[in-house]
Design a protein around this ligand. Structure first.
Ligand code: NDP
Length: 246
């Protein structure tokens, strides 16, 4: 059997980069997608020959089928899809415009579905595959200031369950990881400069620290691997206990 092929959206930074690093180290050929060409180039120079890049804005819905077709044409198969790319915006709900709300949903939800649909066509045809979506604590409890983000992440958990019941009988598993607060650019933007919020996060995290992107990567690798062949439709919290903390 040849190498497994994985797609990791947003694989040039933060959690996505850690996932791509884990996958390439485990000899999975990993295609990372992002908008910024320079970040992609920097990532591939770290990750080596098991990694290739596609510069693409996932909100370009019309372009998605061709991107996925090109990957299938080149590699024949897609074994793993990690829908990691996402954006956040912290703002009081009453100040969020319709356009801002739509933009977050477009990136975190609509484009995730569009990519998943196209990739799943290939996976269903060969009756195997693992799809991993990335949710958030914003889908586990009421987190102030992120109304659109919470809507998108809560929805992705519903999408995960529906796709799991539709696709698992055809050999394709669909799961979600809900990271707690992980030290990346995104969480730095949300927490630095808001010491009260950071203190609240840490005080309700039994493990008393932010997560490392590697913590999420290890869970993604497990869900991608044959060690998890009977796991589908689930949401795995990788959060140091944040979602059950007092
Ligand atoms: P980063 O901001 O570090 O990375 C986000 C990645 O997504 C970047 O590589 C970015 O690349 C890519 N991206 C964003 N928009 C697009 C787009 N339109 N098209 C293509 N790529 C895009 O974030 P994190 O690593 O922190 O977050 C990764 C995921 O984990 C997100 O879904 C986030 O919601 C989720 N998450 C993060 C948590 C945390 O604490 N950090 C907690 C819970 C969930 P580029 O800018 O080049 O396009």
């Amino acid at each position: 059997m040849g190498k497994k092929i994985a797609i990791v959206t947003g694989g040039s930074s933060g959690i996505g980069f850690a996932i791509a690093k884990k996958f390439t180290e485990q000899n999975i050929h990993t295609i990372i997608i992002g908008r910024n060409k320079q970040s992609l180039d920097e990532a591939v120079s770290c990750l080596g020959t098991n990694c290739e890049t596609i510069a693409f804005d996932i909100t370009n819905l019309g372009g998605i089928p061709d991107v996925i077709k090109a990957i299938v044409k080149k590699h024949g198969n897609i074994d793993v899809l990690v829908n990691n790319a996402g954006i956040n915006m912290k703002k009081p709900a009453l100040e969020v415009t319709d356009q801002e709300f739509q933009q977050i949903l477009l990136t975190n939800l609509t484009s995730v579905f569009a990519i998943t649909r196209e990739v799943a066509k290939n996976m269903v045809a060969k009756k195997s595959g693992s799809i991993i979506n990335i949710s958030s604590m914003a889908a586990q409890y009421g987190l102030p200031g992120v109304v659109a983000y919470a809507a998108s992440k809560t929805a992705i958990e519903g999408v995960t369950r529906t796709l799991a019941v539709e696709l698992s009988p055809q050999g394709v598993r669909v799961n979600c990881i809900a990271p707690g607060f992980i030290a990346t650019k995104m969480s730095a933007t949300a927490l630095n400069g808001d010491p009260e919020r950071k203190q609240k996060v840490l005080s309700r995290t039994p493990m008393g620290r932010l997560g490392d992107p590697q913590d999420v990567a290890n869970a993604a690798y497990f869900l991608a691997s044959d060690d998890s062949t009977f796991i589908t439709g689930t949401v795995v919290a990788v959060d140091g206990g944040n979602s059950i903390g007092f």
